[in-house]
Write a protein that binds this ligand. Structure first.
Ligand code: SF4
Length: 523
């Protein structure tokens, strides 16, 4: 059982050695009141049936694998997108450990974020003293130029008032009066990580602009604001900057964590790197307009920008796929007066060429997909453009208006006829869906691998392979550097989708002298 230093084995294959097989079996027998293998198999098979699906969809008081995270996690990502900003969560230490490890495992980067470690006494008497000490310590130790404060469930349940606590901390000299401390209440028992991002962005915009609007004039700085929303593909920040640069548009990308989440290994640790400057957010009301790349997830910020900055926020969809990227670029051109340059027209032509090259493989392929509302809508739209058929669409954190809009998009295409849209449902519901109406592939985050495993357990012919696009992706490396927006993003998604089809076809036709009549070199 002991490991040898010259031959250290990871859990696989170590736990397949007889000694461990016996040990684990004995543990189950003696301590886990294990059911017989026949019973386990019987229940497993039942969970794959239509009867079980009906029961599963009646479930109300339990969520299994929810396909969303909680509000402060989104607030942390938003805060990381500002220059020299330390995300600070008023609440429990364990919550912040979860946010950090979630981002660590996705981005493979250290993520700076502090909490003021509220424990039992703070839960009873309130967390004001934690806040005073926490702000003072965080500023002294980590030397940020801004601390952005959000809350966990505990602080929200007891009703801690961030505005009062931060003001009192300043009045008592724990941090200087002028030190920037935007904040957002982010109760996790409502909404999701996307609501938290939206709340934090609105909090930052409010902090720097609400009382400073007298000298502001729409369009006076000659820039366009773009707000990315809860965006975990680093390539998307870069492609937006690149397209705007190609067009000669002067851009303020409001929240950009693409540097701090992708710092080079050159021997120097950077707690802060890149990000939207505080001058940019202060100057943002002077822009021509503000475009929200994930409009369904930005309700509160959109309202603030419309009412306070007096920007006529355009109605656009996430720029995924061909048509919605066209609309995005044409709107940018209309707002800024800059033409769409030849280089982007050429890029578009290449995407159309790729779509034509691959359509025979993608046409009619059925997909189950889940994720955040804007991503799922953009992905579905692009699937329809490719002639692929979304079959099950699930966005746990979407609302009824979104579902109506999603249904309308599906109704416009012959490829959307057989699709069901689910909101407020989780990945255990999705498991029932793929068992009872099998798609060819699933598109979603890493948690889908357990559904793939279960479908394979039922039999190879039931297996539904997972294509990893979304958040979080813990079990593959570097996918978060890819791009999903613009023509470039569409090319990358298309490449992933079509090669998954070809990989699967190879997988199905490798049987020597049985299926290899179709194991071709050229596809
Ligand atoms: S749901 Fe609440 S308790 Fe759980 S990690 Fe989020 S803030 Fe913390």
């Amino acid at each position: 059982m002991s490991q040898k230093v010259e031959d250290i084995k990871p859990s696989y294959p170590l736990f397949r050695e007889q000694e461990y097989v016996d040990l684990l079996a004995s543990k189950r027998e003696q301590f886990e009141e294990v059911h017989s293998q026949e019973k386990i198999e019987e229940v497993f098979q039942w969970t794959t049936t239509e009867e079980y699906k009906e029961l599963n969809f009646q479930r109300q008081a339990l969520t299994v694998n929810p396909a969303k995270a909680c509000q402060p996690l989104g607030a942390v990502l938003c805060s990381l997108g500002f220059e020299k900003t330390l995300p600070y969560v008023h609440g429990s230490q364990g919550c912040v450990a979860y946010f950090r490890t979630y981002f660590n495992r996705h981005f493979k980067e250290p993520v700076a974020c502090v909490s003021d470690s509220m424990t039992e006494d703070a839960a009873v008497f309130g967390g004001q003293s934690n806040m005073k000490d926490g702000l003072e310590n965080a500023k002294a130790m980590y030397k940020p130029e801004m601390i952005a404060v959000s809350t966990t469930c505990m602080a929200e349940v007891i009703g801690d008032d961030l505005n009062a606590f931060i003001s009192n901390s300043k009045n008592e000299g724990h941090i200087p009066q002028e030190f920037p401390t935007p904040f957002a209440h982010t109760p996790s028992f409502v909404g999701s990580h996307t609501t938290g991002w939206d709340n934090m962005f609105e909090g930052i915009a409010r902090y720097f602009t609400l009382n400073y609007m007298e000298d502001k004039e729409v369009g006076s700085n000659g820039k366009l604001n773009i707000v990315p929303g809860f965006e975990t593909y680093l390539g998307n920040y870069r492609v937006i900057r690149r397209m705007m640069s190609d067009m000669g548009v002067s851009l303020s990308l409001l929240s950009d964590p693409s540097e701090v989440l992708d710092t080079p290994a050159d021997g120097q640790y950077r707690m802060y790197e890149g990000g939207t400057t505080l001058d940019e957010i202060k100057d943002a009301p002077n822009a021509f307009n503000t475009i929200f790349l994930q409009p369904w997830q930005s309700d509160k910020s959109k309202k603030y920008v419309t009412n306070t900055w007096h920007h006529e926020v355009p109605k656009l969809s996430i720029p995924m796929g061909l048509e919605w990227t066209d609309e995005f670029l044409m709107k940018v051109s209309e707002i800024t007066g800059q033409d769409i340059p030849e280089v982007l027209a050429t890029e578009r032509g290449r995407l159309v060429d790729m779509m034509t090259d691959s359509h025979t493989w993608l046409h009619g392929k059925k997909y189950a997909l889940w994720g955040d509302p804007d991503f799922v809508m953009g992905m579905s739209k692009f699937l329809l453009e490719l002639g692929a058929e979304p079959t099950h669409i699930l966005a746990n954190n979407a609302n009824k208006r979104w579902k109506k809009a999603m249904d309308a998009i599906l109704a416009e295409s012959p490829y959307g006829n057989d699709c069901e849209v689910h909101i407020g449902k989780d990945l255990w519901h999705m498991r029932s869906l793929v068992f009872t109406n099998k798609p060819d592939f699933m598109i979603g985050n890493s948690y889908g691998k357990f559904i793939q495993r279960d479908t394979l357990h039922k039999g190879k012919e039931h297996e539904v392979p997972l294509i990893r696009i979304g958040f979080p992706i813990f079990d593959r490396h570097h996918l978060h550097r890819q791009t999903t927006l613009g023509y470039e993003g569409a090319m990358q998604i298309l490449t992933t989708l079509v090669n998954a089809v070809l990989e699967r076809l190879d997988d199905d036709t490798r049987g020597m002298q049985t299926t290899d009549y179709n194991y071709d070199l050229v596809r």
